[in-house]
Design a binder for this molecule. Sequence first.
Ligand SMILES: [Zn+2]
Length: 259
Amino acid sequence: MNIFDTHAHFPEDPYRISELLERASSAGVSQLMAVGGSGELNRAAFLAASTAKASASAPTVRLALGLDRDQVGSACPSCPKYDLSIVIDNRKTLSAIGEIGLDFHYTPETAKAQCDLFAAQLELAKELDLPVVIHTRDADDATLGVLDENDFHNGIIHCFTGSVPFERKLLDRGFMISISGIVTFRAAENVREAARYAPDDRLLIETDSPFLAPVPMRGTENEPSFLPYTLKFLAEQRNTSPEALAVLTTENARRILKC
Ligand SMILES: [Zn+2]
């Protein structure tokens, strides 16, 4: 089976990266996207991509770099704009900008700064003709507001945990919906509903490792090799086979990431 994990974070440790990539490959995860978001996550994602390139047995690794919502505090106050040089300097090696977006769950007090940083990266994504990887939590209206203000339609809503009405608005705007291991959690009926609702040509799957290990690995550190559990569960939800779902989600990932 060839599965595409569209969202994985890595540790900044070449030895552990090699182990994770090896196990992913053995589990049928033949492609994945290493995703940044902070200085540390960006360095680790970069390291994962270069480690994979040097190995014959590793999955093909695509790269997304960007500044997530927690980076607003580190923005230079006297700078006219956020420092997005990590994206600009590496633009030729990127498949996407991410992860970026809004999270008002823990830090509603930085909402305005989060929106500014999000918008600045959408503008850059347009300039560089790259899709974005969006995190959105407790920020449905603000996310739609920033997307509409920037007339932006090219990207992935990662680890979708919203409602079907919110999902419909994102689908209307052209976005892909990516489902993580949360779909296997007992309490996550809304995610299962959203996962069943997504059209065949808009669905992706991801681990978001090291977070959110799926059942039956819940409580352990997640890794790309656990993606088959989510794939199998999601296939049952959508009345299809894991094999067919792997083909479909891989095609979707390759289309949006142009790879
Ligand atoms: Zn993530």
